[in-house]
Structure formats: C-alpha cells, structure tokens
Design a protein around this ligand. Structure first.
Ligand SMILES: [Zn+2]
Length: 135
C-alpha cells in the first residue's frame, strides 16, 4: 500500500533508505531508458513521485534503466517486438548494465533498491542473446 501524499511536501524521509536528516529530491519518471515517454495511463509510479536522498536518487535512476532494459529483454525472449531487437539498442543496453554494475560495486553506493546479482544475471542473459543471434 503506497501512501498518496501530496507532491508538495516530502514525507521527511528518503523512500529508498529511510534516512531522515538529509536533503531530499523528488524523483518523477519522465522518459524511459529508450527515450520513450512513460504511459501515463498505467504506471502508478509516475503518478506518485517519491522522495530520495542524493545517493538513493542515483540508485533510483539505475533501477529505472535496469527495469526498462529487463522489460524489453523479456519481450525479446518471448518473441515479441522489442526495442532490443535492434543491435545498436542491445549494445547500448549492455553498456548501461555494465555501468550500473560498476556503480553498484562502488562502496559509496549501498544498494537498497537494486541487487547487484540481478544486474549480473541480466547482463549475462544479454551477452548470451547476442552470441546466439550472431550466425
Ligand atoms: Zn536514501
């Protein structure tokens, strides 16, 4: 159950790690990793912006990209039309996953939203996919 608090005032704590005495910033989804505008009808995440401390906001962006890539990859594996069907987008997604993994590996970023092993697993899947698609 998410609380539908007013967007004007933060709850006073980070929605990621729960820190209270830190500067918070509002995260609202604009465009996804592939440059598409989010569907305004369905994702509730866009309708209820959350507040994050600086560290969590960085991680939130990583999480968003990870989720976009994962979603598209799932479509691809099901044989549905996917942005990742384009070689350049697939390459871009792979690079981004590497970036995400590298950032998660940095001590300063304590993963609360995104699990490094999930990123590693998706990276492996994408690598496998590329190898498989090369004839
Ligand atoms: Zn935080």
């Amino acid at each position: 159950m998410t609380e539908g608090t007013a967007t004007a005032s933060p709850a006073g704590k980070c929605d990621g790690c729960g820190a209270t005495d830190v500067p918070l910033m509002k995260i609202s989804l604009g465009r996804d990793f592939f440059g598409r505008v989010y569907d305004r009808l369905s994702p509730s995440s866009d309708l209820s912006p959350k507040w994050y401390c600086e560290r969590c906001s960085v991680e939130k962006n990583l999480q968003r990209d990870f989720r976009d890539i994962k979603g598209e990859f799932e479509k691809l594996t099901k044989g549905a039309a996917s942005v990742l069907g384009q070689a350049d987008q697939l390459e871009r997604a792979k690079l981004r996953l590497k970036e995400i993994a590298a950032m998660l590996a940095v001590d300063a970023l304590k993963p609360t939203l995104l699990k490094p092993e999930e990123v590693a697993a998706l990276t492996r899947s994408l690598e496998t996919r590329r190898t498989a698609s090369i004839v």
